[in-house]
Ligand binder design. Structure first.
Ligand code: 5GP
Length: 191
């Protein structure tokens, strides 16, 4: 039987560029990664793909999955629900894949309780002005939501102490290289 894969949590405030950093290393075969597709009640953004970016579900579908214990963790974030389906995570880890969750801080807290040896990484922006520019640059959301995301980002930054590693996204390629090293060292049981 394959050695059980790692559970890797990547968090970081909205707009920090998690997706860009992730793209740099997710397909590296040496890391044996599998991305856990979350469920969300949020509206699909332009360019997002059903079943790849998220499983876009109704609130009723989300509540049912949560109430039936199908989620490893879940949260409410700026008016929408997000959650990680448990079944897929377990199956992939049992196949020896290192499963990557891209989730926010409350979700990470729940994961740490259930799985204390999860490898947790928080991505920070070079500074908060840069973060605001990135959130605004997306131009897909009304000002009210932008403000809520900024307030949430500030709160999330206060939670970095619960993560094993903090990586700055000054440059996505460099941030990805650092994360690559962290994952490899954990795969080799060196950390
Ligand atoms: P967005 O709407 O920008 O795609 O995501 C908003 C926040 O929800 C991000 O911080 C993202 O990491 C987080 N998120 C996405 N999926 C999940 C999930 O399944 N669980 C939790 N707890 N957070 C999630």
């Amino acid at each position: 039987m394959a050695k059980k894969g790692l559970l890797i949590v990547i968090s970081g405030p909205s707009g920090v560029g998690k997706g860009t950093v992730l793209k740099e290393f997710i397909n590296d075969p040496a890391l044996k990664l599998a991305y856990s597709v979350s469920m969300t009640t949020r509206e699909k953004r332009p360019g997002e793909i059903e079943g790849v970016s998220y499983d876009f579900v109704s609130r009723a579908e989300f509540d049912k999955a949560r109430d039936e214990g199908e989620l490893l963790e879940w949260c409410e974030f700026v008016g929408n629900c997000y959650g990680t389906p448990l079944k897929g995570v377990e199956r992939l880890r049992n196949e020896g894949k290192n499963v990557l969750l891209e989730i926010e801080v409350q979700g990470c807290q729940q994961v740490r309780k259930k799985c204390p040896d999860a490898l947790t990484i928080f991505i920070v922006p070079p500074n908060m002005e840069e973060l605001e520019n990135r959130i605004r640059g997306r131009r897909t959301e009304p000002e009210e939501i932008v403000q809520q995301r900024l307030a949430k980002a500030t709160k999330e930054m206060e939670m970095i102490g619960q993560y094993k590693y903090v990586v700055c996204n000054e440059d996505p390629k460099l941030a990805a290289d650092i994360i690559r090293v962290i994952i490899k060292r954990h795969m080799e049981n060196e950390l």
